[in-house]
Design a protein around this ligand. Structure first.
Ligand SMILES: Nc1ncnc2c1ncn2[C@@H]1O[C@H](COP(=O)(O)OP(=O)(O)O)[C@@H](O)[C@H]1O
Ligand SMILES: Cc1ncc(COP(=O)(O)O)c(C=O)c1O
Ligand SMILES: [Mg+2]
Length: 288
C-alpha cells in the first residue's frame, strides 16, 4: 500500500470562516494528505472583516513545537513544509529554523513558501521587514514559491507590461533557488477581461492556464491559501508540477463555483469537498 504523505502547514488559523490553515487543512486532507497544522496566529475571523480578536504565536514556539515532534521520534515522517501568512520577520526566521531541524531528520523534505504580502486594496498588507525576509531569505531555501501578481511585482521591483514580462519575472525567481514558481493570479495590461489566469514556470517550461473569472460582490478570501495547499498536496501524492498545477486550478474553481452559488463570502469548502477531490472540469495549461 502506498504511504500517505505528511505535510506541516505553518500559517494562520481563524475560528470562524476560512483563511490560512482554516482554508487549507481540510482540502489537503480531502485529497489524501496528512496535515500537521501549526497556527502562526489564532484570530476570530480573517482580517478583511476589518476587526478581529486573537493572538499571534510567539516565534520561539515554532522551533519548540517542531522539536517536540522530534522528541517523540516522528519528525522524519514530515515530507513537506508549507508557510503562509507571517506575523513578523522573526516568525519567518523561526520557520526556517524549524525547517533546518526537519531537514536534519528528513533531507528530502520539500518547502513551499506562499509569500503572503497582502492586498493593499483589500486593506491588508505586511510590514516591509516581512517582504524583505521573503525576498532575501525564504526564497533562497524554498523548493516552490507561490506568489500572486502583487507579490511577484514586489519580488521583481516593477509591474509587468505584458504576459511576457510576467514570465520573465517568475523565471528570475527560479534563479534564487526554487524548482518551480506558481503565480496564483496574473494581472497585466492586455489580460483577457473574462478569464482568471495563472502561470507555472519550471526549469524546463512556462505554462499558462486560464479559467473562467467568476463575479463576486466581495472577493472571497483564502483562495491563495487553498491554492498553495492543494498544489503542495498533489506534488506529495506524486504529481509532476504541471499535473499538480492543473488539478489545483480545477479544484479551486469548483470551490469558487459553490461559493458563488451559495452567495457566500466565506469559501464553501465542506459543500465542495467531493469536487475538490474529483474536479469535474480540467483546465489544460498551454506551453508558452
Ligand atoms: N475564478 C475566479 N473568479 C473570480 N475571482 C477569483 C477567481 N479565482 C480567484 N479569484 C479571486 O482572485 C483573488 C486573487 O487571489 P490570489 O491573488 O490568487 O490569492 P490571494 O487569495 O492570496 O489573494 C482572490 O481575491 C480570489 O478570491
Ligand atoms: C488571517 C488571515 N490569513 C491569511 C489570509 C490570506 O488569505 P488569501 O489566501 O486570500 O491571501 C488572510 C487574508 O485576509 C487573513 O486574514
Ligand atoms: Mg494570499
Amino acid at each position: 500500500m502506498k504511504r500517505t504523505p505528511h505535510l506541516l502547514a505553518i500559517q494562520s488559523h481563524v475560528v470562524f470562516g476560512h483563511a490560512g490553515n482554516s482554508a487549507a487543512v481540510f482540502p489537503i486532507q480531502r485529497v489524501g494528505v496528512n496535515v500537521w497544522p501549526l497556527n502562526t496566529v489564532q484570530f476570530s475571523n480573517h482580517t478583511q472583516y476589518g476587526q478581529w480578536a486573537g493572538e499571534v504565536l510567539e516565534s520561539a514556539q515554532i522551533p519548540a513545537l517542531v522539536e517536540g515532534i522530534a522528541t517523540i521520534g516522528e519528525l522524519g515522517r514530515c515530507d513537506a513544509v508549507l508557510s503562509g501568512y507571517l506575523g513578523s520577520a522573526a516568525q519567518g526566521r523561526a520557520i526556517l529554523q524549524g525547517l533546518a531541524r526537519i531537514k536534519a531528520a528528513n533531507p528530502k523534505v520539500l518547502y513551499l513558501c506562499d509569500p503572503v504580502m497582502g492586498h493593499p486594496e483589500k486593506g491588508c498588507s505586511v510590514a516591509p521587514e516581512v517582504s524583505h525576509f521573503l525576498l532575501e531569505e525564504a526564497a533562497a531555501v524554498a523548493d516552490f514559491l507561490c506568489p500572486n501578481q502583487l507579490e511577484l511585482n514586489s519580488f521583481a521591483g516593477y509591474p509587468p507590461r505584458s504576459l511576457q514580462d510576467c514570465v520573465y519575472m517568475a523565471r528570475s525567481l527560479l534563479a534564487r533557488g526554487p524548482q518551480a514558481v506558481l503565480v496564483k493570479h496574473l494581472d497585466y495590461p492586455g489580460k483577457a477581461a473574462d478569464c482568471f489566469e495563472m502561470l507555472l514556470v519550471t526549469a524546463e517550461a512556462n505554462w499558462h492556464l486560464q479559467r473562467p473569472l467568476l463575479a463576486f460582490p466581495r472577493q472571497p478570501v483564502g483562495v491563495g491559501d487553498l491554492t498553495s495547499g492543494l498544489f503542495l498536496a498533489r506534488l506529495l501524492l506524486g504529481d509532476e508540477p504541471l499535473a499538480a498545477f492543473e488539478f489545483t486550478a480545477a479544484a479551486v474553481h469548483e470551490v469558487l463555483l459553490e461559493t458563488q452559488a451559495c452567495a457566500s463570502w466565506e469559501l464553501e469548502l465542506v459543500r465542495a469537498q467531493d469536487r475538490i477531490a474529483h474536479p469535474r472540469q480540467r483546465f489544460a495549461a498551454v506551453r508558452l
